[in-house]
Design a protein around this ligand. Sequence first.
Ligand SMILES: *Cc1c(COP(=O)(O)O)cnc(C)c1O
Length: 392
Amino acid sequence: MIPYGRQSLDQADIDAVVEVLKSDWLTQGPTIERFEAAMAEHCEAGFGIAVCNATAALHIACLAAGLGEDDVLWTSPNTFLASANCGRYCGAAVDFVDIDPRTWNLDVNALTRKLEEAERDGLLPKVLVAVAFSGQSCDMRAIAQLSQRYGFVVIEDASHAVGARYAGRPVGCGEFADMTVFSFHPVKIITTAEGGLVLTNRPELADRLRRLRSHGITRDTAQMDEPSHGPWYYQQVELGFNYRITDMQAALGLSQLSKLDGFLARRRELVARYQALLADLPLTLSTAQADAESAWHLYVVRLQTERLSRSHREVFEGLRAAGIGVNLHYIPVHLQPYYRDLGFKVGDFPEAEAYYAQAISLPLYPAMTNEQQDFVIDRLRHLLVDGQASGL
Ligand SMILES: *Cc1c(COP(=O)(O)O)cnc(C)c1O
């Protein structure tokens, strides 16, 4: 099976993890801080807070943004569940903004209209989770302007976008978002097995994020409500979690980061081949967002189903039957039973739903060979075109 995505690990990665295993610190040691500093530096951000996964990162980012029970979080329906669930963890209501039918990211025109309505109704969101779908930022310049006008906090869910750029700067630099979240799950751009990171330029947010990561505990006497009892003393000043990452994972992350540019280059090469070799097929390829340079976590095509005799499902199953591990990103979040129980229904976000009826994620990962890619293209061509010619 050719998977849709997979990690690239080498001996240097293995050695980096083993070295930590031989050291004094398996967790809460110096490697975590080195990883945080290296990621922050790479992304031109002030602070990096590493945690056990991106879902936890989104949760504490929402809490640091002040999101609570009387608040609303908005995000795209074309995302992984965690971009919305983080709002529910805080007790907030969640709502969605439909996608742009060309970039498949949250549509800023729809966002603008929805904000105007929400202002009239007194229901403005406190947080917008702007998902960089497939590795390409949203129209972040427009989103940053809207956040100033309407006062919401921008959390960029850049789980797909480690190493991506926007407006000539690294995603995560904080020019257009208050906080940026990365995932280091094995299918993503670089991996720590499980892992996530929040980047921010605001020291007060960084402090809060660190505290929430570790039980709401502070050892900073300035944050305590009475003088320290002694060197052992700490105070729990709010309800936090154990969302820590380990030094072994951080070591893997540091080692992976040193190979990021090579990973991105190979992804771009494969994408350029897909774009060229699929151009004559009845497919819609994604449109580049102005100013954005994608990290290409995913390579998605939309079938022009009205021009095909085979259904979306038949093409998907045909590829799977050929040993190609295609996938579908994403089932619109608002159509999940959990969200339908909250009142969402079919038809609420028609662009995301139309996309879902046509999208297929083709395999894309740095170790994929040109031969494997040619096989994927050949099978897809066969399913889209040959079936037509023979009247299937
Ligand atoms: C993978 C992913 C997450 C969650 O990442 P984990 O590290 O697995 O918790 C969140 N948002 C998006 C868009 C993702 O793709």
